[in-house]
Structures are given as C-alpha cells and as structure tokens.
Ligand binder design. Structure first.
Ligand SMILES: [Zn+2]
Length: 364
C-alpha cells in the first residue's frame, strides 16, 4: 500500500517541471501533500515565488530532519520531466536527483502521521535552489529552526555518506602590458600570468593532506577569456576556477591563504561561490542507529563513504553542529545525466530505512 503510494508519488513529482528557479508548482504540490497527512507546514521564502517547505509533526526533542531538494537542472537528452517505468527503474529528469529522495521522505511522513510522536518531532525540509545557489536549507536554519539529527536524501545508493567536500569558485583576473606580438618581451602577457597563477595555486593546494573518504583537494580551470588577436600581447585575462576543499579544513581559511598568493601576482578575484565541507564522525549516534536499521531492511552491512560533490548536509553540520549524513536512493552517476533514472527497489528501501530510523529515534 505505502510502496504503491511512494512510486505513484515519484511519477507525479517527475511530471511536474521544476528547473531551479521555477519551483513554485512543485512546492505547492508538496505542501498540499504534507498538509493532507496532518503535518504543520511553513513556507520559507528565498524570493518571490521561490520558497522552501518546512513540515513538522510532534514537538520538542529529539527532533530529526529529513531533507531533499525539489529543483532540477535543465533537461538533457532523454532526461525530461516525463516519468517512464522500465525494468524496475523509473526514468525522467530529477528521478534520482532528488525526487526519489522526496518520495521516500514523504512516504515516511505519511506513515509516521498514523501514530504521531508523543515526544520529539519529525521535520521535513524540501528545499529549492540547490542546483543554483544552494541557499535553501541555509535560509531555513538562519530563521532559527533547530534539529538534533539530519538526513539529506541526495543520491547515495541508500548507503551512508558521512563527509562531503567544500567548494570555492573564484574568478581570477590578471593584468599585463600590451605590445606588438613580434616583440613580446616589451610587454607582459596577462594570459601567461593567469596560467602561472593557477599553477601556483595548484602547487599550494598539494600541501593539504588527502582525506581518507573524499580524497585530495583539487582545482579545475573551467573558463578562460583573454586577448583579441595573435599579434598582440594581451593586457587582461580572466579565468574561473573550481576548487574543492576537504574536511576538516574550512573553505574560508583556504581563501585567506589564496588571497596572499593572488596579491603577490597583483591579480584580482571575485568569489562566485563558497560553501564549507562537512564531516560527521563514524561513531556518532545517528550512524550507529542507521547501521542497525539498514541491516534490518536490506540484510546487508552498510557501506560508509564520502562524496566529492557539495551537498546541503554542510549547512546542517556546520550551522547547527548536529550529526548529519547523506543517504538517498539512486546513484550520482545518473544525476545530471542524459538518461537519468532511479531503481524502484532503492526508493522503497530508503523509505523503509527513513521510517525505521525515525521510529527508533522517536521511540514509536
Ligand atoms: Zn541533488
């Protein structure tokens, strides 16, 4: 019965277009659904027509928060807002990132609402903007909402991801002196300067130790613009880099160090995006309970890993200091791909894991 609800819900969610920036329709649908189970709901606005939904049942501590994002990236290839089922998989844009997670979370909400907690609360945050600025969950927490535990339902094949990297996107700007291309020694080449700067940063990042779950720091020069003709030495160049920072380091501290290097090059920079990494200890209460629950549902031992991509788990962990893990159906290989899908079995397993976890924590 609940399994059928879960799968039908996932199809409905995929069929509602919700590209980042255009989430109003899907959020109204989710709000209505949560209300129909007797959840108290609140809209937390980012801007006009863009709001997160916070749903709650029960009161006080312990409080557990389940979170997924409802926005998707733009359609690509076969990944469109149209659900199709084949060989135990549901295809469509957002099926694994993150609508499979939302379906599992809402099904848990529906089941818990049948025996509401007498002590403690279940909180649901469905966020917007994750694929753009990643400001959804941050906005909710900044309003003063607190929880004791958080699960972020991003694709993890229902395994535990207890660490993710931070991100720092910078636009670097280097300056030179123009002259004729036949006598480049009379000028300063801003494009060459940009490459030297990026190389310097790359070398600097190597001094940070590799993290056992998420791996080493990295830098990718993804955009470069400069110069206008082969026979002129360019006097200006800009390039955008994507730097990944592992825990326990802080993106803000790394930026402080990079600022010094950039200054030495007499270059400038703009911050395009900055988010912190996160890590929850393996011996935390949340992971201990999840291990038991996972075994009960799947009869397998859970795999614990880290994720190089950033997630909103960072906001829960860093802003509230609470045990936070990423656990959701689907694989990151399918997220943002041209043929996105999620396995039905994984969505159902996640719903069972979430439900058993909430019941254990709230002693239902
Ligand atoms: Zn996602």
């Amino acid at each position: 019965m609940m399994e059928k609800y879960c799968i039908n819900l996932l199809k409905k969610l995929i069929n509602i277009e919700s590209e980042s920036g255009n989430e109003k329709k899907i959020m109204e649908f989710i709000e209505k659904e949560l209300k129909s189970f007797g959840f108290e709901t609140k809209r937390i606005y980012l801007e006009k027509d863009r709001f997160n939904i916070l749903g709650k049942i029960g009161n006080g501590s312990p409080s557990i928060c389940l979170n997924s994002h409802a926005d998707t990236v733009n359609p690509l290839g076969k990944s469109i807002p149209h659900a199709t089922v084949k060989n135990g998989k549901i295809f469509g844009l957002g099926s694994c990132d993150d609508k499979g997670g939302i379906s599992a979370i809402l099904t848990t909400a529906k089941e818990i609402s049948k025996t509401p907690p007498k002590r403690g609360s279940l909180n649901i945050i469905i966020s917007v903007d994750e694929e753009k600025g990643g400001m959804g969950v941050e906005r909710v927490i900044k309003q003063g909402y607190k929880f004791d535990y958080a699960i972020v339902g991003e694709p993890s094949n229902c395994e535990i991801v207890r660490a993710n990297m931070g991100i720092l996107f910078l636009k670097l700007k280097t300056y030179g002196v123009s002259t004729h291309g036949s006598t480049p020694w009379n000028g300063i080449n801003a494009i060459e300067k940009l490459f030297e700067l990026v190389t310097k940063i790359k070398l600097f990042l190597k001094k940070y130790k590799k993290h056992n779950l998420v791996g080493p720091f990295s830098i990718n020069l993804g955009v470069i613009r400069g110069g206008d003709r082969p026979n002129r030495v360019p006097d200006y160049c800009e390039g955008s880099v994507d730097i990944r920072i592992s825990p326990p380091h802080k993106s803000k501290d790394v930026l402080k160090e990079l600022r010094k290097i950039i200054k030495k090059f007499k270059a400038d920079f703009e911050i395009i995006k900055l988010h912190e990494p996160m890590e929850t200890e393996e011996n935390s209460i949340l992971i201990k309970i999840l291990k038991e629950v996972y075994f009960d549902v799947t009869k397998r031992k859970i795999i614990i890993s880290g994720k190089r991509g950033w997630t909103e788990a960072s906001h829960f962990r860093n802003m509230l200091g609470i045990d936070t893990v990423i656990l959701g159906p689907g694989s990151m290989k399918q997220a943002h791909s041209a043929n996105e899908f999620v396995k039905i079995e994984e969505v159902i397993n996640c719903y069972k894991i979430y439900t058993n976890l909430v019941k254990k924590i709230l002693q239902l």
